[in-house]
Design a protein around this ligand. Structure first.
Ligand SMILES: NC(=O)c1ccc[n+]([C@@H]2O[C@H](COP(=O)([O-])OP(=O)(O)OC[C@H]3O[C@@H](n4cnc5c(N)ncnc54)[C@H](OP(=O)(O)O)[C@@H]3O)[C@@H](O)[C@H]2O)c1
Length: 250
């Protein structure tokens, strides 16, 4: 039998939406998947879906903003000799941050999307470096390419994450490790269900998950989808500030 492209993966944000779909896709393709998120019942559901798809998973319920807990779990899982993929996928937007104040929402979004994502990959890094192989990935967003009104912390967290990954990629060049920045457009999940604006080229989570895992298997540094929205956002970076403000004003 041929080995699967990924033997063992660790994924945060695996209890719903895109993270769950990626976990199921990895399991279907033969990886044992370690699932992290806060909701234990939803993680168990992801594990059931993976088993139904012919794979297997282990659940590690907890909060990625609990630094000592995250360090311990990620270090334990990363020490497993088969672990060859880590995906920092846990994320929140302002509308789902569960905070009453603007500064509270900003803090939570930056902490989950940027600080905890970087921490997840930093903790996994030494064991992978010792083995001389592995992929460190995170779910940033095409929303990181330009600032959007009402999503200041979200856009900043994703832009920061993409830049952080780019720096890490430079540092790890020649070590045998890969660093992958996954930048989805709009995907139909609980996170986008709260959006009150048009979402062009909206994808289903399963479609987004296939594109993500295909890109990871090919060793892509940056995975952007859908192509048309990625192209539009790249073009939008060239627009002058007043025009961008007019186009995106709520
Ligand atoms: N949907 C899109 O259009 C889209 C586009 C671009 C990028 N993304 C990114 O893709 C990722 C997944 O988003 P989604 O759309 O699938 O949203 P989602 O369905 O709301 O899933 C978010 C995931 O993050 C986990 N999470 C949030 N805070 C956490 C914390 N403090 N500790 C541990 N886990 C936490 C949630 O689990 P618990 O609540 O169980 O903890 C859940 O599994 C995010 O990083 C998001 O920014 C999404």
């Amino acid at each position: 039998m041929v080995d699967p492209p990924f033997r063992e993966a660790l994924l945060t944000g695996a209890s719903s939406g895109l993270g769950r779909a990626i976990a199921v896709e990895l399991g279907r393709r033969g990886a044992l998947v370690h699932l992290i998120a806060r909701r234990e019942d939803e993680l168990a559901r992801t594990r059931e879906e993976i088993r139904t798809a012919g794979g297997d998973a282990a659940v590690h319920p907890g909060d990625v903003t609990d630094g000592p807990w995250l360090d311990r779990v990620v270090a334990e899982v990363s020490a497993r000799p088969g672990l060859d993929l880590v995906v920092a996928g846990a994320g929140v937007a302002e509308s789902g941050a569960g905070e009453d104040t603007r500064i509270g929402r900003t803090h939570t979004v930056l902490e989950v999307n940027l600080v905890a994502a970087a921490r997840t990959l930093e903790i996994a890094l030494p064991a992978m470096r010792d083995r001389g192989s592995g992929t460190l990935a995170a779910l940033s967003s095409l929303a990181g390419l330009r600032g959007l009104p009402t999503a200041a912390a979200y856009c900043a967290s994703k832009a920061g994450l993409s830049t952080w990954l780019e720096s890490l990629r430079g540092e790890l060049h020649g070590t045998g490790l890969r660093v992958c920045d996954v930048r989805p457009g709009f995907v139909r999940t609980a996170l986008t269900a709260r959006n009150r604006f048009p979402m062009p080229f909206l994808l289903e989570p399963e479609d987004a998950a296939r594109r993500t895992v295909d890109g990871l298997e090919r060793g892509r540094a940056i995975i952007e989808y859908p192509r048309r929205l990625a192209w539009l956002m790249r073009a939008a970076r060239l627009l002058p500030q007043p025009l961008w403000r007019r186009l995106t004003s709520p």
